[in-house]
Design a protein around this ligand. Structure first.
Ligand code: ATP
Length: 338
């Protein structure tokens, strides 16, 4: 067998991952055949509702939990057969925080650096460097027990980076953080990516996945129900639409006659305000087209916007759980769906 060159292997490759948890009440299948790839130098987000299997998946990749079946490689190294080697390739941060509350932030990082084999001087230097990088230098000499949630999370992540691993695993890095700490965390993830570190993170926040991820896997009930880049996932839900509000709602019928073959539709809830929707697969070009046709006919437009599906739509589409039911859509006029 030829050895895999770690430089060419994906940061993470998971195939057919199954995990059964047993209890006195019987066995529970938490993962039911997960396939997942995280490319080197990219941020990959595992998104899903509570209990979907996100933590179990990344814990298996992090060699903290053994799978029931399936294969996991990290940079080409088998995580089930060779967990020690894999541990040297990853930094883990999240719900399994290994920070000692009685020690100061500086002492925690210095200790970790020593554990990873750094000499006393290098360990001190690395600890100071990380405190500065994570904007913890002011509080580095305080016991961690006095830290806020955001500081603690940053220290935990700093600890995961002590050994400069090529892959960082972040389990729900911003759950419970205030908006400012969340933004700090997002900046740090973006910096890690810019430095070429692969990041595998779990999140329940659609905005977080949208903002940070190059690739997203949506997990529900132990299976991947959707995967792709944020843009691909959104485009798969439906093409963009153009929403327009006419100043005179009574112009709707005229507008509908003017825009054939554009799947003209109005919402029952907003028809009285003059809103209508047409397909907008060409984005701004579709919008310009619609507005100029209305303008030429003397129909006054009050408002117009391109309506692109967001990750909420992706999530609800792929997990089968819908948001607030939308007002029923009814067609007026002659517009035929394209
Ligand atoms: N140690 C365990 N023993 C038994 N069942 C477990 C254990 N850990 C997780 N589970 C179960 O496995 C399923 C997946 O859990 P997991 O923590 O991976 O989900 P999650 O997507 O990370 O959820 P959350 O967003 O709530 O953290 C859940 O039904 C959970 O109750």
């Amino acid at each position: 067998m030829t050895a895999v060159d770690p430089r060419n292997a994906p940061a993470v490759e998971v195939r057919g991952l199954v995990k059964d948890y047993s209890s006195r009440r019987g066995s529970h299948r938490a993962l039911n055949g997960i396939d997942l790839t995280a490319a080197a130098g990219e941020v990959t987000a595992v998104l899903g509702p509570n209990g979907a299997g996100k933590t179990t998946t990344v814990r298996i990749v992090g060699t903290l939990v053994r799978p029931t079946a399936g294969t996991v490689t990290v940079a080409g190294v088998d995580a089930v057969r060779d967990p020690r080697r894999v541990r040297g390739l990853i930094g883990l941060s999240g719900q399994y925080a290994a920070v000692d509350n009685k020690l100061t932030g500086y002492e925690n990082l210095r200790m970790l650096a020593r554990l990873y084999g750094a000499g006393a001087r290098d360990a001190r230097a690395r600890a100071r460097q990380l405190l500065e990088r994570f904007r913890l230098d002011d509080v580095g000499s305080r016991a961690v027990s006095t830290y806020s949630g955001g500081m603690r999370r940053r220290l935990d992540l700093a600890g995961a980076l002590v050994a400069r691993p090529p892959l960082i695993i972040l389990d729900e890095p911003t759950t419970g953080l205030d908006p400012r700490s969340r933004n700090d965390m997002w900046d740090i993830v973006a910096e890690l990516k810019a430095e070429g570190t692969a990041v595998l993170l779990t999140t329940q926040y659609l905005e977080e996945a949208d903002r940070l991820a190059d690739a997203i896997a949506v997990i529900d009930r132990g299976v991947v129900v959707a995967r792709g880049t944020p843009t691909e996932l959104k485009e798969r839900v439906r093409p963009p639409a153009v929403d327009v509000r006419l100043r005179r709602p009574e112009d709707l019928r005229l507008a509908s006659d003017l825009l054939p073959n554009m799947n003209f539709r109005v919402h029952r809830t907003t028809v009285a305000e003059g809103w209508f929707t047409v397909d907008g697969r060409h984005g701004s070009a579709s919008m310009v087209d619609v507005l100029s046709r209305l303008h030429r006919t003397g129909i006054d437009v009050g408002d117009a916007r391109i309506n692109v599906p967001d990750l909420d739509d992706v999530f609800f589409e792929s997990t089968g759980r819908s948001a607030e039911p939308m007002g029923a859509v009814e067609a007026v006029g002659a517009g035929e769906p394209t």
